[in-house]
Design a protein around this ligand. Structure first.
Ligand code: SIN
Length: 530
């Protein structure tokens, strides 16, 4: 079949809040093309329940929001990024209000704000009760279609590199035809890798494609050991059945065991609204000790009105809301690590930009504060736009010959990979199990890190990318011999000062990570301990 070739000024890969907002803003001045693996906007942003954190309430301040973000991040954030992103909140909310997103209001017509874990006050804007992502994305999808050429069901499988610069991408369109897209700038907004685990809040497109491609192209990645697990995934019919928002606990929900004993009692002063890693670990350990865990909603008045989408989800799984006990397990939720980028999306590779969950800007440190991800995605889309529109673009490349790898026949299935990640590199990790995971992945190493082959199907390419993400998550987790934020080790249970300010990098296409001092992370600890 003949290869199709497109050219554009800017190519955006992914259609979450970061990708769509960047496409809308950039297309005001540039020719923009957007490709997305599923249908437009069906990824994680669309699923966001809780909302978007923005310190616009009377008793709140941008500084307080920054302090909460740094405290949740365990002194491991990039302080300047945190300040810069949070300072964008008024501008972002203004843009969302004026684009027609109807955030929920109270009886007086004022915006109703909710509270989630580790926030010191109510500052979460939400829409449709618990359908914030859906309402934001609905407006953005409408706007993007007007000005941007969109290719849906398009899987990008490798970046085109010329003399160490990114010159475009190679991918397969909806009909499986091979395509090349040449562009002056490639913006990866392709999400995280939650599909590494069997219980996940993530969309099926969250398969680490952006992370794996960037790595194979030689871009630098960092913090891949910091995978956040959400404490409360609904567990029904023997599997994860969707997220139960932290906002439920913000409204009075309590985690209990099968004897109705509150499990967060004595674990943290904030109890059920403790930082996410603390709650997720407690849910996990309670379940591992043989006791089922439930989110009790008995004391929440008007549950169905406040959480209509979740109520519908419970109904679909025949769970009786009146009984008020929702079965939960923790599930993979958000990758704090990713392609190293600043808040403007700039990476160490010329022509390559990364925003949203695909990027690691240091905003979230070792543990993301709830509802900060829509904020970061939107902020980096706006900041990237400013950068790209004010700096000269490099010329588009013309050559289209790039190497391809050979076909690999023995590719594991998704469930095989997930079962192993659950067992050996799950929420609470230890050396022996991580080593088993590493050993299993080692047999695929040549396949994982070679450029993609046009002979592979989209599903095989997806597994290739997930294996690459699994390799980075497992090895980085093995190297970090401490527990910090979302990175929990049973054999190294304490946070160690000697790890402060050190990051684990993936660079120069090396198969092993390198540990280096990270100056930008050192400052944040001083900022939160006055
Ligand atoms: C939730 O609604 O609990 C998820 C919010 C988030 O992860 O930011």
């Amino acid at each position: 079949m003949k290869q199709k070739i497109f050219t554009t000024d800017i190519l955006i890969v992914g259609s979450g809040i970061a990708g769509l907002l960047a496409a809308i803003e950039l297309s005001k001045e540039k020719e923009v093309m957007l490709v997305t693996k599923g249908a437009l906007g069906t990824g994680n942003s669309n699923r966001a329940q809780g909302g978007i954190a923005a310190a616009l309430g009377n008793k709140d301040s941008l500084a307080l929001h920054a302090l909460d973000t740094l405290a949740a991040g365990h002194g491991y954030n990039n302080t300047n990024t945190v300040k810069n992103v949070i300072n964008q909140s008024p501008r972002i909310m203004e843009a969302l209000f004026s684009s027609g997103v109807l955030f929920d209001v109270d009886e007086q017509g004022k915006y109703h704000l909710t509270k989630e874990g580790a926030h010191s006050c109510r500052r979460i804007f939400h829409a449709g009760g618990d359908a914030t992502g859906y309402h934001i994305m609905k407006q953005l999808k409408y706007q993007v279609k007007e000005n941007v050429q969109v290719l849906e069901h398009f899987m990008v499988y490798d970046l085109l590199m010329e003399e160490e610069e990114c010159a475009g991408i190679r991918g397969k369109d909806a009909d499986g035809r091979c395509c090349t897209i040449l562009s002056s700038a490639v913006v990866l907004a392709a999400g995280g890798c939650g599909q590494l685990y069997s219980i996940t809040s993530n969309a099926e497109e969250s398969t680490g494609d952006g992370l794996a491609m960037a790595y194979r192209a030689g871009a630098r990645l960092v913090d891949m050991e910091f995978m956040q697990f959400h404490p409360t995934m609904l567990y029904a019919d023997g599997k994860g059945a969707g997220l139960l928002s932290e906002a439920i606990r913000g409204e009075g929900g309590i985690l209990v065991d099968e004897q109705l004993q509150p499990i967060m009692e004595g674990k943290h002063e904030l109890k059920d609204l403790a930082p996410r890693s603390v709650v997720a670990k407690t849910v996990y350990e309670t379940w591992k000790s043989g006791r089922d865990v439930f989110l009790s909603i008995k004391h929440i008045p008007d549950f169905t009105r406040k959480f209509p989408s979740i109520a519908a989800q419970l109904h679909a799984h025949h769970i009786d809301i009146e009984k008020g006990l929702l079965p939960v397990r923790p599930g993979a939720h958000f990758m704090m690590g990713g392609i190293e980028a600043n808040e403007y999306g700039q990476t160490d590779t010329k022509g390559l930009f990364a925003i949203g969950e695909t990027a690691c800007t240091g905003m979230h440190g070792a543990n993301r504060l709830a509802s900060n991800s829509l904020l970061e995605g939107a902020a980096s889309a706006l900041l990237l736009t400013e950068r790209l529109l004010t700096q000269p673009m490099k010329a588009r490349r013309r050559r289209t010959m790039w190497p391809v790898s050979s076909f690999a026949e023995d590719i594991p299935s998704l469930s095989e990979l997930q079962e192993r990640m659950d067992a050996w590199a799950g929420i609470v990790k230890e050396e022996n199990r991580l080593l088993r995971m590493k050993e299993w992945l080692s047999s695929y190493i040549a396949f994982i890190f070679s450029p993609a082959s046009t002979e592979l199907s989209k599903q095989q390419l997806t597994i290739k990318n997930l294996l690459a993400a699994a390799w980075m998550v497992t090895n980085a987790a093995l190297v970090r011999t401490e527990s910090r934020g979302a990175h929990l080790r049973t054999d190294y249970q304490e946070e160690k000062p000697e790890w402060s300010g050190f990051s684990i990098y993936w660079e120069e296409r090396d198969h092993d990570p390198v540990v280096k001092k990270n100056k930008e992370r050192e400052a944040s600890h001083e900022y939160i301990t006055p």
